[in-house]
Design a protein around this ligand. Sequence first.
Ligand code: NAP
Length: 301
Amino acid sequence: MKILLLGADGQVGWALQRSLLPLGDVMPSTRADMDLTNLALVRDAVCRHAPDIIVNAAAYTAVDKAESEVALANRINADVVEVLAEETQRLGGWLIHYSTDYVFNGRNPRPYVETDAPDPLSAYGASKLRGEEAIRKVGCRHMIFRTSWVYAVRGSNFPKTILRLARTRDELRVVSDQIGAPTSADLIADVTALALAQAIRAPEGAPSGLGGTYHLAAAGQTSWHAFACHILRLAVGRGLSLKVGPDRVVPIATVDYPSPAKRIANSRLATDKLRSTFGLSLPPWETHAERFMAELSPESV
Ligand SMILES: NC(=O)c1ccc[n+]([C@@H]2O[C@H](COP(=O)([O-])OP(=O)(O)OC[C@H]3O[C@@H](n4cnc5c(N)ncnc54)[C@H](OP(=O)(O)O)[C@@H]3O)[C@@H](O)[C@H]2O)c1
């Protein structure tokens, strides 16, 4: 199996470089190898490599900046994805792609299921939805994993920002009225590999086999505020020296933290479809948070 992995240096891409190895010959591609803004280059590269599977972990993920860079966000999150879908269809392979809780408006009173109607509130969310729609329109064999609140030891993310600020600031103010499940890039990568291993071996009977859209998030839920406190408690437990401990994190409302892009109140994703289709269990979000703290070196914060 030849697997072309795009976005190999990102949080999820880096984790996938390891998780996908047992499935075949992984060809990691970073921005230095292929600038995704050049669609012709992308098409040529896919033709040249002729992969059996494309795993697209690349994305424009700067949620606030996307409000002023709509064209670029759409290019990376939708136009490139359409090219990948067309080439996958031509090659008869699989396209694995990632999307986001931000395709929803967050007003659902319960966790979102895959069939809930999308209604993105931000340019980023809209661009990711366009990417999903492009894949479905082209009709190649695919799996789209919608995930949420991604973090990893490598890369920039919420827990690392909290740890950095807790070392320098006197007080932290963190939003407490947005809820979701922090999901580690390692979990996303492992689940991707396990699902993919089943999908590529499934009988060809149904037109798309095990393909489709799946929600992929750790079990449980929390708020950004409670997540920040949890991370700081783990840090204190590991002897990290902080100026702000968990008891000095002030909960604030979303309206008190204005940002260019609208954030959604409910990021919870129901994962029943993923778990029942592939027979997988998803650990509580706290499990990977502990691993994250155990693996993080103080210098990398
Ligand atoms: N992060 C989250 O909280 C979150 C939440 C829900 C869903 N998701 C989705 O999960 C997936 C993985 O996210 P992530 O957190 O791993 O993202 P990430 O760490 O930001 O990685 C994205 C990768 O895409 C690459 N990329 C962006 N523009 C490029 C371009 N023009 N040419 C080549 N490469 C380019 C980046 O390269 P550089 O490093 O060179 O910029 C980076 O390696 C994405 O589809 C994202 O939308 C993420």
